[in-house]
Design a protein around this ligand. Structure first.
Ligand SMILES: [Zn+2]
Ligand SMILES: [Zn+2]
Length: 141
C-alpha cells in the first residue's frame, strides 16, 4: 500500500510553480511521440505524468499558466499549458478527467517511470523506444 506524497515542479524561469498530492502508483506515465508533442517540446517525444482527477488535483501555487489548443483525435482538442514568460511547456491533456504535467518540469524528474510508448506512428527514426515497454501506434487503450 502506498501513501500520498507531495510532488512539485515548475517552469524554467520560476514564474510558475505547481504541486500535487497523490499516491505515486495512481499516476499514469507515458511517452508521447506525436508530432504536436515533438514540435512543442523541441524533442522526439514528451514525457507525460498524468494525474487522474480521482487521484488528486494539480495546484498552481505561483504564477498563471497560459493555454493553447491543438487538434485531438480523442477529445476534439487538446488543452496545453505553458509559461508565458519563458515558454516552458508544463501541462497537457487537461479535461474534467484530469491533467498531465511534463515529466521534465518536475523538481525530481527521476519520478518518471514510463509505462507505455504512444503515438509511435509519428516517431522519428532517431528516436528509439525503450525496450520492454508496451508500444502503441496512437493512444494506449
Ligand atoms: Zn517561466
Ligand atoms: Zn503527443
Amino acid at each position: 500500500m502506498t501513501t500520498k506524497q507531495i510532488f512539485s515542479g515548475g517552469c524554467c524561469c520560476g514564474a510558475i510553480r505547481y504541486e500535487f498530492t497523490v499516491k505515486r502508483d495512481e499516476l499514469v506515465m507515458l511517452k508521447c511521440h506525436c508530432r504536436d508533442c515533438q514540435r512543442l517540446s523541441g524533442g522526439p517525444y514528451t514525457p507525460v505524468v498524468y494525474i487522474p482527477v480521482t487521484a488528486g488535483r494539480l495546484n498552481i501555487v505561483r504564477g498563471q499558466v497560459m493555454h493553447h489548443f491543438t487538434p485531438s483525435e480523442m477529445a476534439g482538442r487538446h488543452k496545453r499549458g505553458f509559461c508565458a514568460d519563458c515558454g516552458s511547456r508544463l501541462t497537457g491533456g487537461e479535461s474534467t478527467n484530469g491533467i498531465a504535467v511534463t515529466a521534465a518540469s518536475l523538481d525530481d524528474p527521476a519520478l518518471f517511470k514510463p509505462a507505455a510508448e504512444t503515438w509511435l506512428c509519428d516517431a522519428q527514426p532517431w528516436d528509439l523506444p525503450l525496450p520492454g515497454l508496451p508500444r502503441f501506434d496512437k493512444y494506449a487503450p
